[in-house]
Design a protein around this ligand. Structure first.
Ligand SMILES: Nc1ncnc2c1ncn2[C@@H]1O[C@H](COP(=O)(O)OP(=O)(O)OP(=O)(O)O)[C@@H](O)[C@H]1O
Length: 301
């Protein structure tokens, strides 16, 4: 088990009647970027809190860096860098003061491990005297990452680091994570954005407290290969209703200007074209969003 950065078996957590995590079992290998992908309420934050020893599970067990979350939480706290989902910085402290504060929480100084954050901090340096509350979203995110790294952790937990950040900053942030991974640090990162799956070595698709699929993006796509058509309607809203009631259609969902139709094997493009209001039909390869919607829609597993 020690060969895994994270190993969990049957982690379950309820809040009253709500099961926020339902028997979550997963492994994160050393040196990989592992993405936890799912919508709001999937249970991502709850899992992070349990793995960083801020909350106890009701059932199940887990190890982080070879240490048991219940038996040895202190060892994990020193080894884990955690960037919580919501803004974790002190808005009235400057960039520099925030970093100094986080270093002091672990009994150190910024200079002790500056090499760890230097590549990212260099981008923040021009603003080092600016209060964190006055930074742009992308800059806040970079500072929060520096604060999570400043005690030189062995593993990084990032809870929705790119939520609410513009597309360019999101992409830059993923480039930074790839750089950190090159140094051998395992990273577990949650996101509601399906397109970020391609930046991870492996992912888990999560919904309503359960892991629906785990694997590399390619593995998940090939495991869930299915006939999908992109359909444009004369009036997409009306066409969507017609498609949902058409024989051989398992589900139909609006994606931009096209409707994606999840079809039974026997359905052909020409049969679809005959559905009232359909203006254009083309066969497409399902993307990760198609797979996710299809799995959720059919309660697989
Ligand atoms: N302390 C709590 N008390 C009661 N319910 C909670 C608590 N923490 C989380 N929940 C509920 O558990 C479920 C999972 O929440 P969680 O925050 O883990 O999901 P998430 O995937 O991180 O989504 P989000 O982005 O919305 O935080 C949600 O329905 C949430 O309302």
């Amino acid at each position: 088990m020690d060969s895994f950065a994270i190993h969990t078996e049957g982690i379950t957590k309820s809040f009253g009647a709500l099961k926020a995590l339902d028997s979550v079992s997963l492994d994160v290998a050393r040196g990989e970027i592992f993405g936890l992908i799912g919508p709001d309420g999937a249970g991502k934050t709850t899992l992070f809190r349990i793995l960083t020893t801020l909350m106890l599970p009701d059932e199940g067990r887990a190890e982080v860096c070879g240490f048991d979350i219940i038996g040895n939480p202190r060892a994990i706290r020193f080894r884990a860098g955690y960037m919580p989902g919501r803004f974790s910085l002190y808005p009235d402290l400057t960039v520099e003061e925030n970093l100094r504060f986080y270093a002091s929480l672990f009994g150190g100084r910024v200079s002790d491990n500056f090499g760890m954050v230097e590549p990212v901090y260099r981008q923040l340096e021009p603003f080092r005297n600016r209060r964190a509350g006055k930074l742009s979203g992308g800059m806040k995110q970079k500072l929060a990452l520096c604060c999570a790294l400043i005690h030189k952790p062995e593993i990084l937990f990032l809870d929705e680091p790119t939520t609410g950040v513009d597309a360019v900053s999101r992409s830059e942030f993923w480039d930074i994570l790839s750089g950190i991974k090159q140094g051998g640090m395992p990273i577990i990162v949650s996101t509601p954005y399906m397109d970020e799956a391609s930046r991870c070595d492996r992912i888990a698709l999560m919904n309503a407290g359960r892991i629906l699929e785990t694997g590399s993006l390619d593995e998940i796509l090939s495991r869930n290969d299915m006939p999908v058509y992109a359909v444009r309607g004369e009036n997409n809203y009306r066409t969507l209703q017609n498609l949902r009631h058409a024989a051989g259609v398992r589900d139909a969902v609006l994606f931009g200007e096209y409707i994606h139709v999840f079809a039974e094997e026997r359905l052909s493009a020409s049969v679809l074209a005959a559905v009232s209001g359909v203006a254009e039909v083309k066969g497409i390869s399902p993307n990760i969003e198609d797979v996710f919607i299809n799995i959720m829609g059919h309660g697989k597993k």
